[in-house]
Write a protein that binds this ligand. Structure first.
Ligand code: PGA
Length: 255
């Protein structure tokens, strides 16, 4: 399967930015700029912004995602949000295993796997984030790290469920640092991820998975990154908060 047959997906990851009214204002700027996009466009927003974001994107081609979800349907998990809560609001995607959650909030491959399974069972499409630390790259164990994350994060995910999984390759050293992986570095790891998926499932299943690059992707480097055969989209942090920049990345993915 060639790249053109895979779904290109550009997703904004707003992180802990924008209040509900600010979210509405930003989405009102974004939606007209991306209305003719030839790729999937998603804004993953803070939980409290979701209702406003769904309202602001009604009737547009912009879909709304969350930035995490819990694996239990309900219960004594103070501060957590269930898949059912997200579904009821109209959320379609959910970012899971982001390096900031792994780094600051004790997320492990085991919990990423539980969340991924729960999201899929609820009909949400997980954007599962993997990526190596700078130290791991310097020690030349990038492939070991990625292989482990892919295997554990997708443990027990069926081939049928895999059709609804998006993988985001985000080298931790490139996130929010202004240091982008070169297009060749991004391609190398995205191709490695696809090879791992082929090993765990089969080539056809692996060929159908959208693999995004994330880490300081912006309007200046998106064209080159997205020109790579295994880079099917982007997970965008900083640049997703500026309508023109985000729209330019969407345009690059629509070519
Ligand atoms: P960045 O963030 O684009 O600001 O580097 C990417 C991400 O964390 O998903």
């Amino acid at each position: 399967m060639d790249k053109a047959k895979r779904k290109a997906i550009i997703a904004g990851n707003w992180k802990m930015n924008k209040t509900p009214s600010e979210a509405t204002a930003l989405l009102n700027q974004i939606t007209p700029l991306v209305s003719d996009a030839d790729c999937e466009v998603i804004a993953c927003v803070p939980y409290v912004d979701i209702a406003a974001a769904i309202e602001a994107t009604k009737g547009t081609n912009v879909k709304i995602g969350a930035e995490n979800c819990h694996w239990a349907e309900s219960g004594a998990f103070t501060g957590e949000i269930s898949t059912g809560m997200l579904k009821e609001l109209g959320v379609e995607y959910v970012v899971l295993g982001h390096s900031e959650r792994r780094q600051y909030f004790g997320e492990t491959d085991e919990t990423v796997n539980k969340r991924t399974k729960a999201a899929l069972a609820a009909g949400l499409k997980p954007i599962v984030c993997v990526g190596e630390l700078l130290w791991e790259r310097e020690c030349d164990i990038t492939e070991e790290v990625i292989a482990r994350q892919i295997k554990l994060d997708l443990w027990d995910v069926t081939e049928d469920e895999l059709k609804n999984v998006v993988i985001a390759y985000e080298p931790v050293w490139a996130i929010g640092t202004g240091k982008t992986a070169t297009a060749d570095q991004a391609e190398e790891v995205c191709a490695f991820i696809r090879a791992q998926l082929a090993k765990l499932y089969n080539q056809a299943a692996a060929d159908g998975v959208t693999i995004q690059y994330g880490g300081s992707m912006n309007d200046g480097n998106a064209d080159e990154l997205l020109s790579k055969v295994n880079v099917d989209g982007g997970l965008i942090g900083g640049a997703s908060l500026v309508a023109e920049k985000f729209a330019a990345i969407v345009k690059a993915a629509s070519k």
